[in-house]
Design a protein around this ligand. Structure first.
Ligand SMILES: Cc1cc2nc3c(=O)[nH]c(=O)nc-3n(C[C@H](O)[C@H](O)[C@H](O)COP(=O)(O)OP(=O)(O)OC[C@H]3O[C@@H](n4cnc5c(N)ncnc54)[C@H](O)[C@@H]3O)c2cc1C
Length: 393
């Protein structure tokens, strides 16, 4: 690695946007989810209480929801947008309501994403928008299009409506000059998502990267896919928007591959995923004349490595084509220290009705549960800052 121009240990910078009371609440939340037993009890109770319609929404809203989300609506998320931007951290309004499963729900989600773009227009505090294709299309339909099976006339009609929804979003992004990130999902529905992304790039990325596809570098074929995507962009003369992530569905991918008896598409080791991710960053930076990059990662080394690549090429920290992205409520030490040093930083800020955002919150809880009994990275940082405030103020 080149010399690292940034370090992430400054918890004072990381948590300066949080009051003592908020930090103590974060400590409580991460202490509960860190312990496998309390985490399992808390998540089961939350699921059960919501299913039984017990009045727990208020409690969830004022604790875990408040830590990881902006609010239940775009307007309610404004305070978070303003707070982050005070520290030069941008927001990506991420409508995280999961479970819309019919045409009316897909249309509603489409309109909601368009509203986030309208909100972002001309607003430097909201530099990107985002959507998940499973919010706009039935999973089974995506699965079928992925396999290239012949669609029935009804399915063909439904698929055309999905294309129109995606087009409406990307067109709005193009008109408002708000880049649109398309999240990556399960490998067995990803082909249609990729194809839609490239169709939209060919249409809307002629002057600049408006549409960004996501590359899950834990997939063994992904570095090759990224290189092919650049070749195609060069051939068709458009800009490639690339968001690089490691990938969130490793266990699901392994389980399905084993059940259906095909090779697991995920790299055989964490090191192989890490190498592919970092190589992907280097590839995007080498080809920065045509690629705009969003590095979606909480990995300290990868963020440092990208900062060192900017240095290597003599680019400004705030080069407009290079963005560092993290999730709200996580890795604030990376986000806020990068932002303080002048790099472009954005956070996904999920929002939506509490009960529909629950699956997202449960994933965050699982991610922060320690199997080996040690404190999670987040918990250690929060405790370090609490100690610093107690002793140092
Ligand atoms: C802004 C942002 C946007 C995101 N968007 C998406 C998205 O669109 N789609 C999506 O799938 N995910 C998305 N993610 C989640 C992301 O894919 C990762 O799950 C998460 O960020 C953890 O990876 P990391 O780079 O932060 O670092 P680390 O914590 O260093 O890496 C953990 C990751 O490494 C990989 N890994 C772990 N163990 C192994 C192993 N044994 N073998 C192979 N690989 C392994 C897995 O991908 C795991 O998630 C996003 C994350 C962020 C911050």
């Amino acid at each position: 690695m080149e010399s690292a121009p940034i370090y992430f240990d400054d918890t004072e910078v990381a948590f300066s946007y949080k009051s003592d009371a908020e930090l103590k609440k974060a400590n409580l939340i991460f202490s509960i989810v860190n312990n496998p037993t309390t985490s399992s009890i808390a998540t089961s109770l939350a699921k059960l209480s919501l299913a039984l319609k017990l009045p727990v929404k208020g409690l969830i809203r004022s604790t875990v929801f408040k830590h990881f989300c902006g609010g239940e609506t775009i307007d309610q998320s404004e305070k978070t947008v303003d707070t982050l931007f005070k520290f030069s951290v941008g927001t990506i309004l991420d409508y995280s309501a999961e479970g819309e499963k019919n045409e009316a729900g897909f249309e509603k989600t489409d309109q909601e994403i368009i509203n986030t773009i309208a909100k972002a227009k001309g607003n430097p505090a909201i530099p990107f928008s985002v959507f998940k294709t499973t919010g706009l299309a039935a999973f089974e339909l995506l699965e079928k299009v992925h396999t290239r099976e012949k669609l029935s006339p009804e399915e063909a009609g439904a698929w055309e409506r999905v294309r129109q929804r995606v087009d409406r979003i990307c067109k709005k992004g193009f008109e408002c000059i708000v880049p649109v990130l398309i999240d990556a999902e399960d490998s067995w529905i990803q082909n249609p998502i990729d194809e839609l992304a490239y169709e939209m790039m060919a249409k809307y990325n002629k002057e600049r990267a408006i549409v960004f596809n996501t590359y899950q570098m834990y997939r063994a074929d992904m570095l090759g896919n990224l290189k092919n995507a650049l070749q195609e962009a060069t051939k068709q003369n458009y800009f490639l928007g690339a968001k690089l992530v490691r990938g969130a569905y490793m266990e699901k991918e392994a389980a399905r591959a084993s059940k259906l008896g095909y090779p697991n598409p995920i790299h055989a080791s964490k090191e192989a995923t890490d190498d592919a991710f970092n190589e992907g960053l280097a590839f995007c930076m080498e080809n920065r004349n045509r690629v705009s990059l969003v590095c979606g990662s909480h990995n300290q080394y990868s963020n440092q490595y990208l900062a060192s690549l900017l240095e290597k090429y003599g680019l400004k920290h705030g080069d407009p084509h290079v963005w560092f992205a993290q999730l709200m409520g996580m890795s604030d030490n990376i986000s806020f220290n990068l932002a303080k040093a002048g790099y472009n930083v954005v956070k996904y800020v999920p929002y939506g009705p509490v009960e529909l955002v629950m699956p997202y919150l449960l994933r965050r809880a699982a991610e922060n549960t320690s199997v080996a009994g040690q404190s999670s990275r987040e918990l250690s940082l929060i405790r370090k800052e609490l100690r610093r405030r107690r002793n140092g103020k």
